[in-house]
Write a protein that binds this ligand. Structure first.
Ligand code: CDT
Length: 312
């Protein structure tokens, strides 16, 4: 019996530094309407979908920095997105910068949420793999200061029963790490949603610039295949405040095949009717974790019983 779920991956073009939240949200609302008109039940937006990707530049002033963050979700500027989702009857994944006040302490996270078609918050994820550094790099054409502006996420990798399947979330750099997909799949995920802001130039490793698209797709395709999951990866693409970012928004089947892919570097919706039951041949046979994984052999060499000591 197929379990169909029609998904829209809503690639974003650049968002200028001066763009207001309400302008950015109105672009998302437009894409949401288009997705619903295409019969979609779920729309996936990108990482930090409400603003320019501010970790690309240095910010000293605390108030200026906090202005890039959302204190509440929904908040005054995002309520309209939730209202429109309910009106249309469509769920969504949204990435944003979150300012949380916990026990009177301010904490900043790179966050995503999963929202049901009735506006209910299904789950929240806070990005674990933060790339870049915390210090200014004077010789780089742009910065990657996620380690300065965000804390490492404290919610782990979780999966939720939603949209007729089991859904997990991650964000951008997480997609390059096999453990992201593996932990989500061990928790039962059948569908993994993610947004990303990925420059097409890596300032401290320019020799692999020409492989940016390849490594992006390679990570998601292998993650999907090796864990028997659907993966939906959504870009913020194009030249944003002088930083050129890849597109390649893609929907990937559990076979590892790309079934839909963007072709521009602008706001662009790609849509696919995913059969969630296509995870079964992989999860139940080839990659049946319970049957075939051999975790007793995963210990570091020094703790393995019967390990041959290194030769003198
Ligand atoms: N936003 C984010 O996590 N970007 C990183 C840039 C690293 S450059 C290889 C990414 O992994 O896409």
């Amino acid at each position: 019996m197929p379990r169909f779920l029609s998904i829209a991956a809503a690639q974003s073009g650049p968002i200028a530094r001066r763009t207001s939240r309400s302008e950015a949200v109105s672009r998302l609302v437009e894409q949401m309407r288009e997705a619903r008109a295409c019969g979609c039940e779920l729309i996936v937006f990108t990482e930090c979908a409400l603003t320019a990707f501010f970790p690309h530049w240095w910010i000293d002033d605390e108030a200026e920095l906090e202005a890039w963050f959302e204190r509440t979700m929904p908040g005054p500027d995002t309520q309209v997105l939730f209202d429109e989702a309910v009106r249309l009857g469509i769920g969504f994944y949204l990435g944003y910068a979150e300012l949380a006040v916990e026990n009177s302490v301010k904490r900043r996270y790179n966050t995503s949420i999963l929202v049901a078609a009735d506006g209910r918050m299904i789950g929240k994820y806070r990005k674990i793999h933060l790339p870049g550094g915390a210090d200014y790099q004077p010789h780089h054409p742009f910065q990657n200061l996620e380690k300065r502006y965000f804390e490492v996420g404290d919610l782990g990798f979780q999966a939720w029963r939603a949209f007729g399947g089991i859904v997990g979330m991650c964000i951008c750099n997480d997609r390059r790490w096999p453990e992201t997909y593996r932990v989500l799949a061990l928790r039962g995920a059948e569908l993994i949603l993610l947004g990303y802001n990925t420059p097409d130039h890596i300032p401290d490793q320019p020799e692999i610039d020409h492989l940016c698209d390849f490594h992006h797709l390679l990570s998601m395709q292998s993650g999907a295949y090796q864990n028997g999951c659907w993966v939906v990866g959504v870009a913020k693409a194009g030249v944003e405040e002088g930083v050129s970012q890849i597109g390649q928004t893609a929907i990937i089947a559990p076979s590892g095949e790309i079934v839909a892919r963007s072709s521009t570097l602008k706001d662009e919706l790609i849509v696919y009717r995913c059969d969630l039951d296509l995870v079964k041949p992989y999860k139940e046979r080839l990659f049946n974790f319970e049957k075939h994984r051999r975790i007793e052999h995963y210990q570091p060499i020094a703790t393995q019983t019967g390990a041959t000591p290194p030769e003198e």
